[in-house]
Design a protein around this ligand. Structure first.
Ligand code: NAP
Length: 279
C-alpha cells in the first residue's frame, strides 16, 4: 500500500466497485496491462475483461488472475483499432457484468519514424484510446450517475513535451493526456471519473527494444501498484516517478528553442540510429 492511502469514501467506493463490477483492461496481454490486471485482482477485483491480440499471452494472464483469486476472467482477442469490434466487445462485457472501471491501456512505440509506423502509432495510441473511451462513456451514462464509473487512460511521461527522439509517440501521448484531463472535468458533473497515467520507463515488451539509458527504470508490478493505488484515490494525473515528472514538467515550461536544444542533446537513439525511444 502507498503510505498516503487512506480509507476515505472515495477509496471505499472504489474497493466495492472493483469487487462487484467489471474491470476492463485493453492491452492486458503483457507489460503494464498484465501487471494492472494482476494488481486489480490482488486488490479484490473478481470480474476482469482483458484484451490484446496475442491469444497465448492473454490466456496466460487470465490464468494468473484466476490463480490470484478472480472468479470470472474473460480474455478476448480484440484489436482496439477496430472501432466496431471494440464497441461490440465492451457491450458484451458490460452485459456479462456491468463495467465499473475501464483501463484504456493498449499502446505501442513507433520504432523507426516511417510513414507506416507513424500512422500505426496514431491509429493505436490515439484511435485505440478513443475507440475504448467513447463506448465506456456511453455505457456509464446508460448505467446512470448512481453507479460507479471510472476511466483510466495510459499516456506517458513522454506526453509532457515535444521529444525529438520520438516525435509521433510523444505527440500521441500528449494528445490522450490532454483529452483525458479535459474529459475528467467535462464528465465530472455526470460522476464519471477520468484519470490519466503517465509512467516513466517501465519494463515491458515496449521498452525491451530500447538500447538507450532508461533512468529510474521500474518493474511492471511496481508501476501497477502505483497506478492502481492512485486510481483508487482518484488522482487525476498519475505521473511517476516524481523526479522524471519534475524533469519533463521543467522541460515543458522552458522556451521552445531551449527545450528543443536540450531534447537534441539527449542520447536517446538506438544503436542503429533508426528507432526512437519509447516510454
Ligand atoms: N513501458 C513503458 O516504459 C511505458 C511508459 C509510459 C507509457 N507506456 C504505455 O503503457 C501502455 C502499455 O505498454 P507496455 O509498456 O506495457 O508495453 P507492451 O508490453 O508492449 O504492452 C502493450 C499492450 O498493448 C497491446 N496491444 C498492442 N496493439 C494492440 C491492438 N491493436 N489491439 C489491442 N491490443 C493491442 C499488446 O497486446 P498484443 O501484443 O497481444 O496485441 C500489449 O498487451 C502503452 O500505452 C504504452 O505507451 C509504457
Amino acid at each position: 500500500m502507498e503510505a498516503s492511502e487512506t480509507m476515505s469514501s472515495t477509496t471505499k467506493t472504489f474497493d466495492s466497485a472493483m469487487r462487484d463490477g467489471g474491470v476492463l483492461i485493453t492491452g492486458a496481454s503483457s507489460g503494464i496491462g498484465e501487471a494492472v490486471a494482476l494488481e486489480c485482482t490482488r486488490r479484490g477485483a473478481k470480474t476482469l475483461f482483458l484484451c490484446g491480440r496475442d491469444e497465448g499471452r492473454l490466456a496466460a494472464v487470465a490464468e494468473a488472475c484466476r490463480a490470484a483469486g478472480a472468479d470470472c476472467v474473460k480474455a478476448d482477442k480484440v484489436d482496439v483499432t477496430d472501432t466496431a469490434a471494440v464497441d461490440r466487445w465492451m457491450r458484451e462485457c458490460d452485459a456479462t457484468c456491468p463495467l465499473a472501471v475501464v483501463f484504456a491501456n493498449a499502446g505501442r512505440g513507433t520504432g523507426k519514424e516511417s510513414t507506416e509506423n507513424v500512422r500505426a502509432t496514431f491509429d493505436l495510441n490515439v484511435g485505440g484510446v478513443v475507440n475504448t473511451v467513447l463506448p465506456a462513456i456511453e455505457i456509464f451514462r446508460a448505467h446512470g450517475p448512481d453507479n460507479f464509473a471510472q476511466i483510466v487512460i495510459t499516456a506517458s511521461i513522454a506526453g509532457y513535451a515535444p521529444l525529438p527522439a520520438c516525435p509521433s509517440y510523444a505527440a500521441t501521448k500528449a494528445c490522450v493526456k490532454s483529452w483525458g484531463l479535459s474529459l475528467r472535468e467535462f464528465l465530472r458533473p455526470e460522476k464519471i471519473r477520468v484519470n490519466v497515467v503517465c509512467p516513466g520507463f517501465v519494463r515491458s515488451r515496449l521498452t525491451d527494444r530500447n538500447t538507450c539509458p532508461m533512468p529510474m527504470f521500474m518493474e511492471a508490478p511496481h508501476a501497477a501498484r502505483v497506478i492502481v493505488a492512485r486510481v483508487r484515490r482518484d488522482v487525476g494525473l498519475i505521473a511517476f516517478p516524481w523526479p522524471m515528472r519534475l524533469a519533463v514538467w521543467f522541460l515543458s515550461m522552458l522556451p521552445w528553442r531551449l527545450a528543443a536544444a536540450i531534447g537534441r542533446s539527449l542520447p536517446e537513439k538506438n544503436a542503429d540510429n533508426s528507432q526512437g525511444i519509447t516510454l
